[in-house]
Design a protein around this ligand. Structure first.
Ligand code: MGD
Ligand code: MGD
Ligand code: SF4
Ligand code: MO
Length: 577
């Protein structure tokens, strides 16, 4: 008998709704779900490949141990015992920080991992925490933390209502959008053009997105901060600054006016490869548009001035009255408000609470830059990393100087990988703990609902049962944590809300939905709404949602203002070239 299964694709940030036809346990078709209120039928070819991952004979399903004779399959108990035993021995001998952990991208696309990674990592009590965040969106978090008081208060382009979209260093036509969950982005951008709006792209490459834009400028790589400063300079010079509704809750406008002063369009033209007249025109058009949004992604974050870029983008939106206004850069109201929940636990973000041992790089939101991981393993001395845990990550491929990390991982005393494949990174593990994945997991997008251009909520039940004896990511993480904490005092566990931490992800999800700002939500309700629930367009929420106790926005955080000296030096050098 044929059955239809509805779920959200969890392979990228776009949250496409899928309609999967199954007959006798076999997938017949995977199509876009036309009735999904968010994606409205859009999918890309990767969704169809979900079945290939499910059927892939190379996918790992049971624990493996590396031996001189090759990989051998072992039982879960034996694997857990060995992993926890080795980690504890190494920490007892070399200190807590001798164990490092790296979290990869799929963790954010997995409800169980999102809920069970934090307590597991706390149980490790190490400061050597790394993740794909530092080769991706960390500057966005830093800017949000310093300006809005919470690292997850990330403004999202209100693409469906904007009149002017200034896009830097992003290629959503291919990436399907990032920190802008917007299934079917090409249609949404065409919609902007049909309404008579403009798409302006700055990218050193003529990308697919640049090709559809109304205007594309070949900006010099790494010079975006200068371009943005010159835009802000023009706004002040032409008296176009208008903070609108938020004027009363912003601090530091005079400082901003002062620091942008030297960055005239003429001063940055050679360094950016953008003419002064173009910069002035874009500033005027941006300020004059009924609504406008500036957005920058990977090309702005993974470059020498990533933090400055994200700060200046927020400023551009703020100073033209486009932050927290329809058609501008807005915040979401997800069914499960991760911003509110993390605020409750006191985790609004952080900067510089500790530094990396070798290069002295600052901690940001609880982690160190992955770029320094290899040298933390390779450099002898107190605090050297001797053991690593990788969870759904392939840092040998995805982080800078992967070859050095490859060499570093090979020399570790112990490594464990929670991963479904044997690859460039996991091949160095002594033990691999493979979870169920994709179609075998139930899913709710805790993070991408938070970053979506429309408020919706959708639960995806598992389509297939994993093979008997397989475990989910969260079950592996929970088991490791319980064993790690097993030897520590019981009272700590009793008083640390262990009750909640033993609940399954679905129970926790149900609880969170029942406490939602939207009435009448529960897991049972979402199970009935198989296509997902539409919770409406983005709506203004400042200043009440700000993370700073003062409920004010900081326009000129000291850290960014100081970093302008480094940019000045760069300008001096690159203008001569
Ligand atoms: N050169 C270059 N480097 C880049 C980028 C780039 O564009 N160019 N992009 C950067 C960006 S934006 C990012 S986000 C990072 C990504 O960096 P990483 O997250 O380190 O890399 P991925 O290749 O996404 O690794 C995913 C790993 O998760 C495993 N996996 C997949 N599904 C599951 C699952 O359900 N459970 C578990 N436990 N494991 C699973 C896979 O087998 C794989 O080993 O790379 C960054 N690095
Ligand atoms: N097919 C596919 N889709 C994916 C992924 C994938 O691996 N495969 N990964 C997903 C992930 S994890 C992420 S984070 C997103 C990333 O999503 P995007 O950021 O939208 O995509 P990128 O291709 O990284 O685009 C970065 C752009 O920045 C440009 N660029 C480079 N340097 C500079 C610079 O200095 N200034 C400016 N202005 N531009 C610059 C590059 O030319 C490139 O066009 O994609 C997601 N989508
Ligand atoms: S765009 Fe992303 S979410 Fe949509 S089908 Fe493709 S991989 Fe899945
Ligand atoms: Mo990413």
């Amino acid at each position: 008998m044929s059955q239809t299964h509805f779920r959200t694709c969890n392979l990228c940030e776009a949250m496409c709704g899928l309609e999967i036809q199954v007959e006798a346990g076999k997938i017949q078709t995977i199509k876009g779900d036309q009735n999904d209120p968010f994606s409205r039928g859009h999918i890309c070819p990767k969704a169809v490949a979900l079945q290939d991952i499910y059927h892939d004979p190379n996918r790992l399903k049971f624990p493996l141990r590396r031996t001189a004779a090759g990989w051998e399959q072992i039982g879960w108990d034996e694997a857990f015992d060995e992993v926890v035993g080795r980690l504890q021995t190494i920490q007892a001998e070399h200190g807590r920080n001798a164990v490092g952990v790296y979290l990869g991208n799929p963790n954010v696309h997995n409800l169980g991992s999102l809920l069970y990674n934090p307590p597991f990592i706390r149980a490790l009590r190490t400061k050597n925490r790394f993740s794909a965040t530092s080769v991706d969106q960390l500057p966005h978090h830093l800017a949000a933390y310093l300006m809005f008081g919470h690292y997850l208060l990330l403004p999202v382009p209100d693409v469906d209502r904007t009149d002017y979209f200034l896009m830097l260093g992003a290629n959503p036509l291919v990436s399907n959008g990032s920190l802008m969950t917007a299934a079917g982005i090409e249609g949404r951008l065409k919609g902007l053009q049909k309404r008579g709006g403009r798409l302006v792209v700055l990218d050193p490459r003529r990308t697919e997105t640049a090709q559809m834009a109304d205007e594309h400028h070949f900006i010099r790589p790494g010079s975006d901060a200068l371009f943005l400063l010159a835009l802000l300079h023009s706004l002040f010079a032409e008296e176009l600054v208008d903070l609108g509704r938020l004027a009363d809750v912003c601090d530091g406008l005079e400082t901003v006016a002062q620091v942008v002063e030297p960055f005239t369009p003429e001063a940055v033209a050679a360094a950016t490869n953008i003419s002064p007249t173009t910069i002035q025109r874009i500033a005027r058009e941006f300020a004059a548009a009924p609504s406008a949004v500036a957005y920058g992604r990977m090309g702005l974050s993974t470059q020498p001035f990533g933090g400055l870029c994200q700060w200046l983008l927020n400023l551009l939106n703020l100073l033209t009255g486009n932050l927290d206004n329809p058609g501008g850069a807005m915040f979401t109201h997800p069914a499960i408000d991760v911003v509110a929940l993390t605020s409750l636990t006191g985790n609004k973000g952080s900067y510089g609470r500790w530094r990396s041992r070798v290069r002295g790089l600052p901690e940001i939101v609880g982690e160190l830059p992955a770029a320094t991981l290899a040298e933390e393993i390779l450099t002898p001395g107190e605090g050297q990393i001797k053991a690593m845990i990788t969870i759904a990550g392939n840092p040998v491929l995805s982080t800078p100087n992967g070859r050095q990390l490859d060499e570093a991982l090979a020399g570790l005393e112990f490594m464990v990988a929670i991963d479904i494949y044997l690859n460039e990174t996991t091949r160095h593990a002594h033990i691999i703990l493979p979870p169920a994945t994709g179609l075998e997991t139930s899913h709710y997008d805790l993070i991408f609902h938070l970053l979506a251009v429309q408020n919706t909520a959708k639960f995806s039940p598992a389509l297939f049962d994993p093979e008997p004896g397989m475990k989910q990511d969260w079950q592996i993480l929970q088991e490791l944590r319980l064993r790690l904490e097993g030897n520590r005092d019981i009272s700590r566990r009793l008083f640390k809300f262990d009750f909640f931490r033993r609940l399954s992800p679905e129970k926790l999800l149900d609880l969170a939905l029942r406490f939602s700002q939207y009435r009448g939500l529960s897991l049972a309700r979402l199970r009935r709404e198989v296509h997902g629930l539409d919770l409406g367009p983005l709506r203004p929420c400042l200043p009440s949602r700000l993370g700073h106790a003062s409920k004010r926005i900081s326009l000129a955080p000291e850290l960014f203002v100081q970093d302008l000296f480094r940019l000045q030096e760069h300008l001096a050098v690159s203008s001569e070239q």
